[in-house]
Design a protein around this ligand. Structure first.
Ligand SMILES: [Zn+2]
Length: 330
């Protein structure tokens, strides 16, 4: 923090550079599928995994030796890049479904729902064995946070809409420092099933955690305050009975640990199959392949839960699956 403050004060992010039309492209490479920018539901952070510049990464992705596709892809596979000096580079139009989250085996046009950022550099972490690895710069991290907040405002996302590639199948990306930032930001996201902005919801949460035994009546009296103080002292917080940001973060973490539901990663086909299997709708193999059997299972679930039975995993279906899993645990 002591180093971050002067870095913030000295922050002069140069203008966002429009890399479209400047970075290398390949008219004969794999063309990106299209997508609806309104339907975007998350931002994924990556690292370059090399010390090459943004320009070099673009040449590599679009070149003959690209690991993404034989003969190269249309353009660099990220929506934005952030240079070592903190400059944000716009790399692609939002309506291009670039390879933003890699091969997570998500159903359908698997990159259609994410925008992505690549931090220039090769960053250290437990999953990378490379002596030349280093760290992102403070200016990069600040620019990344600024960009995240802008995206969050534009698309009206919660904090769990920020991902690191490690959450989507690549443990080494974007490295330990950025992974810590992603995890910290995500911990602020609402916990499904709990509304912590009102007294009733806070009583419910404290009850679920075993601290409050009174009635959930929406009245914050001595019993509620006592419960909160016990929670606070058990969690290394100042036991003042005041519901502040640190207390709320600790409550969220405790609630997440309580619920077995986050064990299902709904962003992957495997996670969706596992959830449908746990609920008794899918009886096939959890293989990450979204075939007819998976779709039929989802359609059965939807029709039994008063949803449009279209076999599509949308936000309403996901909320219903989550609720069904939680009800099962209760
Ligand atoms: Zn990555």
């Amino acid at each position: 923090m002591q180093q971050l403050v002067p870095a913030i004060q000295g922050l002069e992010i140069p203008d966002v550079l429009d890399g479209r039309g400047h970075l290398a492209t390949n008219p004969n490479g794999l063309q990106w599928p299209g997508r609806d920018p309104e339907a975007l539901r998350g931002l994924v952070w990556h690292q370059a995994l090399s010390w090459g510049s943004v320009e070099a990464v673009a040449r590599y992705h679009t070149g003959a030796n690209s690991h993404l596709y034989p003969g190269g892809v249309e353009s660099i596979a990220y929506t934005w890049a952030i240079r070592r000096n903190g400059q944000i580079v716009l790399c692609n139009d939002f309506n291009k479904a670039v390879w933003s989250q890699g091969y997570a085996k998500r159903p359908g046009n698997e990159n259609a729902e994410f925008v992505s950022v690549m931090y220039e550099g090769l960053f250290d972490g437990p999953h990378l064995d490379d002596p030349s690895a280093g760290q992102p710069t403070y200016l990069q991290m600040l620019a990344g946070l600024a960009l995240w907040h802008v995206c969050k405002d534009i698309w009206q996302w919660h904090d769990d809409a920020l991902y690191g590639h490690y959450l989507l199948g690549k443990p080494a990306c974007p490295g330990a420092a950025l992974e810590t930032m992603v995890a910290a930001i995500r911990s602020n996201a609402p916990v499904p099933g709990y509304e912590l902005t009102n007294v009733q919801g806070r009583q419910e949460a404290l009850k679920a955690l075993g601290y409050y035994t009174g009635a959930v009546d929406g009245l914050w009296g001595p019993e509620s305050k006592g419960a909160l103080m016990r929670f606070q002292s058990d969690h290394g917080l100042v036991a003042d009975g005041v519901w502040g940001t640190a207390t709320e973060a600790a409550v969220k973490t405790a609630l997440r640990a309580l619920s077995p539901v986050p064990a299902y990663d709904f962003t992957t086909v495997e996670g969706r199959q596992e959830a449908l299997k746990a609920l008794g709708y899918y009886t096939g193999v959890v293989d990450g392949l979204w075939g007819a059997q998976s779709k039929e299972a989802l359609i059965r679930f939807q029709s039994e839960h008063a949803l449009v039975a279209d076999g599509i995993w949308g936000p309403q279906t996901e909320a219903a699956v989550l609720q069904a899993l939680q009800a099962r645990q209760a």
